[in-house]
Design a binder for this molecule. Sequence first.
Ligand code: GFB
Length: 324
Amino acid sequence: MTGASTYDLTGKRVFVAGHRGMVGSAVVRRLASENCTVLVADRRELDLTKEEPTLRWLEANRPEVVVHAAAKVGGIAANNNFPVDFLCDNLALELNVIRASHTVGVQRLLFLGSSCIYPKHARQPIAESELLTGPLEPTNEWYAIAKIAGLKMCQAFRRQYGDDFISIMPTNLYGRGDNYHPDHSHVPAALIRRFHEAKIVNAPSVSVWGTGTPLREFLNVEDFADACVFLMKNYSNDLPINVGSGDEFSIADFAATVAEVVGYEGELVFDTSKPDGTPRKLLDSSRLRALGWRANTPLRSGLAAAYQDFQKGYGRHLEVRAAT
Ligand code: GFB
């Protein structure tokens, strides 16, 4: 079951929910080269965690396509420390956006999930069929449960009403517009910042969380945005579809690569008091490849671009630290 299907974006009104986040902003950039109208709403104008305003906004703006990229996201520590936010905010966002999209007759909706929806000890590489075959990784089960619910909502609206709502599961993402919070970010942004600050003060060593042994697959967010547009035009199916690069690294090797890109030459010290999380998370993206899409940004050049982006916003990143 490939799910191949064609949808013409020409002249369509496409609402990107969550356009200020790393993924949403990349999708907006990517859509600029499509012949469509991109709709966005600032948080002050529209709070997507509120049901009534979400429905009113969609009724007033009548998008034909919705990309649901609005989510409360964060790395392993944030997931662990803010279970209510990761579960409740994400459930509210999904329910409001997906249900209102159905009510106003949206033709195609893309729900963006996460590879953490799969069981902690899923068979590797992880095929879409591994969903709900075993227990989740405890550090991020709140987020995973919310994302599984979003995926199930898409399946339910498709089954009951025939809505063309699809779910896309990205692997670990990094790139322009990432959150560089020192504690709440994902590993790429956390290490870019930590190595950069260590380089400036000539620190002899830098701490890397966990044992360094977990395996992760990384995908540049510009590639992911390209996959989203590709799937918007070429995929329609009940099953979620994985989006990965196939590039897998141990956290130790990944950290060494980030240090090289940043130009930090000190020692890396593994802090085993911090959690490792899932031991391995490599997506099986063969269904996506069979449709004709593959990633094309090598990790090193993607990280170099992310580091440049970080440096441009460095003052802003320091304010993030002061404010939280
Ligand atoms: O990126 P990360 O937080 O995401 O952590 P997950 C990946 C790995 O990097 C873990 C290690 O083994 C961490 O222990 N790591 C090393 C670090 N140093 C650091 C650091 O300074 N910061 C962080 N954050 N990690 C997330 C989920 O899990 O994956 C989310 O919690 C989401 O829900 C995301 O699904 C894609 O891959 O462990």
